[in-house]
Design a protein around this ligand. Structure first.
Ligand code: SDX
Length: 431
């Protein structure tokens, strides 16, 4: 935490309260209100936390006006072009890009943690075949705390490290197993001769009946999708992980809570909802109808994959994802994919409509990701699990940062109470 650079004065009922202010390395100054209730007997009010900094962090920074996303200072477009997911994982976890030796050790460690406890296979069989893979992931990841007791003590730095590696390594295996179970195919074990993204594709699409060779261009596209979703400041699921961790809950329980939050269509579930929306639109001539619905205050419909709490410009991840969509669909010979055509024309129509321009609503990371994932052979139900696989390193990095923060306290917000004042019980015969 930096020292106060200046102060703000809040006057309530004629009384002035000095509140310290801190300046960040990037972004808005913050007003420290921690002592406000003790000094002035009032709460601040900010449902949705639109103006509230919940912590200080050095991991990720977003400039919503510029459309810039930095991981430990490195722009996401440079990382997507020059780095790869496990190197970005190292950067997020440890704060610096690794040396060649450190990267080799880290990748070898992750590779050797990709198998899950054999008894956990039974967990999957307890779900109905048609269970959404996110339901399976919430259950199985939470159950990891029942299998990996030797890495649940959060006061032990080595156990925190092992839990971090296990989660990053095993999430692809669990997600692939959830997919295989949903389609009635046998589980495919991870392979140590494949890199992270290729291994995930192999676990999803290989079958015992024949050799499955991973296309290196698809593996590169998969790795880029993982990189683009790795971390994103204090988004809803990361804040969920931080709040769960503030009570001292074990890392597997905290990540399971993050997966549950990510599932919602306003957050990580938007990639599935976006592709379903594009399919519902079906042809470009129906775009005006859906644009009108998105603008209609009486219609709850929103353009999925559009808008963002922080970005008031293009989401830089969407820009990279759009380029990747063109490459992957051309490689697969489906560049004339009608859904991609609808997406591009919908984007153009929305960006030229004053409603979206005035509200600064631009495509976000979820607008094009589903098109790529579907072209790669994934069902829409696997889109958010893939987001969860990628975001695990962000959740874990933020979890580690919070545990190392000497200021950490259990998160316990207050409220603006609008309910009944004290009243006496009424016996049933008198009601
Ligand atoms: C992710 O936080 C993160 O960083 C998340 C994420 C990450 O990496 O972790 O980036 C991943 O979740 C991306 C967002 C995915 N969600 C969607 O694509 C769903 C569609 N988008 C919206 O639901 C919405 O834009 C949110 C939830 C993303 C943001 O909502 P906010 O910040 O609470 O904004 P708001 O709802 O107050 O909207 C402001 C105005 C409203 O109109 P008014 O009441 O001011 O008249 O814009 C309108 C909204 O009605 N609006 C939309 C819209 N999004 C906002 N209108 C039509 N279509 C939309 N998509």
């Amino acid at each position: 935490m930096t020292d106060a650079t200046k102060s703000a004065t809040l006057t309530i009922d004629g009384n002035a309260y000095e509140l310290p202010m801190y300046s960040p390395t990037s972004g808005p100054d913050v007003v420290d209100i921690r002592k406000l209730y003790a000094q002035a007997g009032v709460f601040t009010y900010d449902p949705g936390f639109t103006s509230t900094a919940s912590c200080d962090s050095t991991i990720t920074f977003i400039d919503g006006d510029k459309g810039e996303l930095l991981h430990r200072g490195y722009p996401i477009d440079q990382l997507a072009a020059k780095s790869h997911y496990l190197e970005v994982c190292y950067l997020l976890l440890y704060g610096e890009l690794p040396s060649a030796k450190d990267l080799e050790v880290f990748e070898s460690t992750i590779t050797r943690h990709t198998m899950i406890h054999e008894q956990m296979h039974n967990f999957f069989r307890g779900f109905r075949r048609d269970a959404h893979p996110m339901a399976t992931m919430v259950g199985v990841v939470g159950a990891m705390s029942a299998f990996y007791h030797d890495s649940t003590d959060i006061s032990d730095e080595r156990q925190r490290e092992i839990a971090s590696h296990r989660l990053i390594a095993k999430m692809p295996t669990i997600a692939a197993m959830a997919y295989k179970y949903s389609v009635g195919q046998p589980f495919v074990y991870p392979r140590n001769d494949l890199d992270y993204a290729a291994n995930f594709l192999h676990m999803c699409f290989a079958v015992p009946a024949e050799e499955y060779v991973v296309d290196p261009i698809l593996a590169r596209a998969m790795d880029r999708i993982f990189t683009l979703h790795a971390d994103h400041e204090q988004n809803a699921s990361t804040s969920t992980v931080r709040l769960a961790s503030s009570s001292g809950a074990n890392p597997f329980a905290c990540i399971a809570a993050g997966i549950a939050c990510l599932w919602g269509p306003a957050h990580g579930g938007a990639n599935q909802a976006c592709l379903e929306m594009l399919k519902e639109i079906g042809t470009p001539d129906r775009i005006p109808e859906f644009i009108a619905r998105a603008k209609d205050k009486n219609d709850p419909f929103r353009l999925m994959g559009f808008g963002h709490r922080v970005y008031k410009n293009f989401d830089p991840r969407a820009t990279v994802m759009k380029q990747s969509a063109d490459e992957v669909l051309e490689l697969l010979g489906v560049e004339n994919n009608p859904i991609l055509q609808v997406a591009k024309e919908l984007e153009t129509a929305a960006l030229n409509d004053p409603y979206f321009a005035d509200k600064k609503l631009f495509p976000n990371v979820d607008f094009y990701s589903g098109i790529i994932l579907e072209a790669m052979g994934f069902p829409t139900s696997m889109f958010t699990p893939i987001f969860a696989v990628s975001r695990t390193v962000g959740w874990i990095s933020q979890w580690k940062e919070q545990l190392a923060d000497p200021q950490m306290k259990i998160g316990r917000p207050r409220q603006l109470y609008q309910g009944s004042v004290t009243r006496d019980y009424i016996d049933i015969e008198n009601r």
